[in-house]
Design a binder for this molecule. Sequence first.
Ligand SMILES: NC(=O)c1ccc[n+]([C@@H]2O[C@H](COP(=O)([O-])OP(=O)(O)OC[C@H]3O[C@@H](n4cnc5c(N)ncnc54)[C@H](OP(=O)(O)O)[C@@H]3O)[C@@H](O)[C@H]2O)c1
Length: 334
Amino acid sequence: MTTTYDDAMRRALELAARGPRVGGNPQVGCVLLDDAGTVVAEGWHKGAGTPHAEADALSKVSDARGLTAVVTLEPCNHTGRTGPCAQALIVAGVSRVVYATADPTPTASGGAQTIRDAGIDVIEGVLGHEARAFQHRWLTAARLGRPYVTAKWAASLDGRAAAADGTSQWITGPEARTYIHQLRADNDLIAVGTGTVLADNPSLTARDADGALLPHQPQPVVLGSRAIPAGAALFTHPRGVVTESGDLSDILERLFAQGHRSLFIEGGPTLMAAFIAADLVDEYVVCVAPLLLGGPRVAVDDLGIGTLGDGRRLLLQSAEIFGPDVVITAREEH
Ligand SMILES: NC(=O)c1ccc[n+]([C@@H]2O[C@H](COP(=O)([O-])OP(=O)(O)OC[C@H]3O[C@@H](n4cnc5c(N)ncnc54)[C@H](OP(=O)(O)O)[C@@H]3O)[C@@H](O)[C@H]2O)c1
């Protein structure tokens, strides 16, 4: 059966989704087509240090000469733990490379030009919109040179993150909390401010509804200069705890250089406001409970916004009901 480039790219995106979402590398899929448009091999990237999607697909054919490689991301141009894919495709003798979206990583981009310079036909942008949506988080992190930051908080219907005495566990019910634990497990890092550590003594593990640890645990990061008290629950976290203080942009740059591409911040209001005011949040996940608390403990401290016109308008992604609560997801437009 003849497979169109759109069909092959759709399949490559399915294959890409099999790879891990966490870690430094993108999820990439690759399909090899022969002259007749028949799929002859498939590949995907299974995580840092393993072959890239193109190399994985090429390893499954004895002769790739004349084939078309359909790849979800521009083939990389740099030698990391594995060789550059642009070179691998050239050496293998493919006659055409079709890809969905460019690689914004300064060290990896330029693969398309290298392939073109070798006289191989290159087509860019097939299902580009779908591929960018699929890879939104990784592409944003690569473009900004810092982890993709998701800010999460739980608030009462009147926008409070705690009662007057500082208690906030739990504002939302178990259904929303289970969902949030899945989001924790979908990130490289989880962060809170020292104020939250001192007030709530969180463990910051990602758990299922029965309290069992999920397979991936994000690395906890505590931001601030105050010491974490001896005996804090965080010290029992399976990954240990990292502390950071100083300029938030510098901290994010450092974490990115260590290979982290996603950070989930769970408060509190002081740290949240600092991240937002510094333009360092990409996505918001806000759990709203039908509960009224009143009082001064707002979910986000002052952002220095004096008038409505200066408010930050976000793009609504979803609003889902979990038990008695609503979880709203919105994104910044940058
Ligand atoms: N409902 C929710 O989702 C939720 C979530 C978390 C917390 N809470 C509640 O929030 C309250 C704690 O709030 P909080 O505001 O005190 O805690 P916080 O925002 O977790 O911590 C504030 C601390 O973060 C540190 N920090 C690091 N970088 C910073 C920066 N660039 N700018 C400002 N601060 C920075 C500072 O620590 P140093 O002073 O040590 O330098 C600061 O004092 C508790 O009542 C807790 O229950 C609610």
